[in-house]
Design a protein around this ligand. Structure first.
Ligand code: GAR
Length: 200
């Protein structure tokens, strides 16, 4: 049984999509061992508790990055976590954290990277006037929104869109993409050469 650890800071819809995929057998042989948030009030944590999951708040405020990361990594390891899934976790991981889980930390980002890294990617894409955007699931490395790409989904930008309708359609694809990426990584049937991830 694969143990997943989820890190989130906010709404938690990607976390719910992952939990639903596990419950429905779309992500086979897996369980969520711990859900960790740096924010006590995040709606995602209320959902985690309501689902009966092990939900831990580890506040980041006032702590140096690595000090906080050491607490988070200790909790992940205590819970036997094999794969860490960032699901709207709005903190950059320290290099030390990344080194604890080589090719074992995934992130989802609401753009077709390397376009529009950082905050409010959907708004950035809409304001830029792109005709296609989407989402990316990638391994986390020491740079922001940067590691090898596992899955991308393209979403057309419609003439009728505003940034909210575009973000909503991207979010639907995020939920599909994250399940696909987790399933592939847990299967072990992949190779990574430099930035290039391929299914084998
Ligand atoms: C998602 O759109 C996710 O892609 C984005 O935050 C949102 C979290 O929503 N992440 C990033 O921008 C990371 N750079 P959720 O809490 O409903 O999953």
């Amino acid at each position: 049984m694969h143990s997943l650890g989820i890190l989130l800071s906010g709404r938690g819809s990607n976390f719910v999509a992952i939990a639903d995929s596990i419950d429905a057998g779309r992500i086979p042989d897996a369980r969520i061992s711990v859900v960790i948030s740096n924010k006590a009030e995040s709606p995602g944590m209320a959902t985690a508790r309501a689902r009966g999951l092990n939900a831990l708040v580890i506040p980041s405020k006032g702590k140096a990055r690595e000090e906080h990361d050491r607490e988070v990594v200790a909790a992940l390891k205590q819970n036997g976590v094999e794969l860490v899934c960032l699901a709207g976790y709005m903190r950059l991981l320290s290099p030390w954290f990344v080194q604890q889980f080589p090719h074992r930390i995934l992130n989802i980002h609401p753009s077709l990277l390397p376009a529009f890294p950082g905050l409010e990617a959907q708004e950035q894409a809409f304001a830029y006037g792109v005709k296609v955007s989407g989402c990316t699931v990638h391994f986390v490395d020491e740079e922001l929104d940067h590691g090898a790409i596992i899955v991308q989904k393209a979403v057309p930008v419609l003439d009728s869109d505003d940034e909210h309708t575009l973000a909503a359609r991207i979010l639907e694809q995020e939920h599909i993409a994250y399940t696909e990426a987790i399933t592939t990584v847990l299967s072990g049937k992949f190779q990574v050469n430099g930035r290039r991830f391929r299914n084998i």
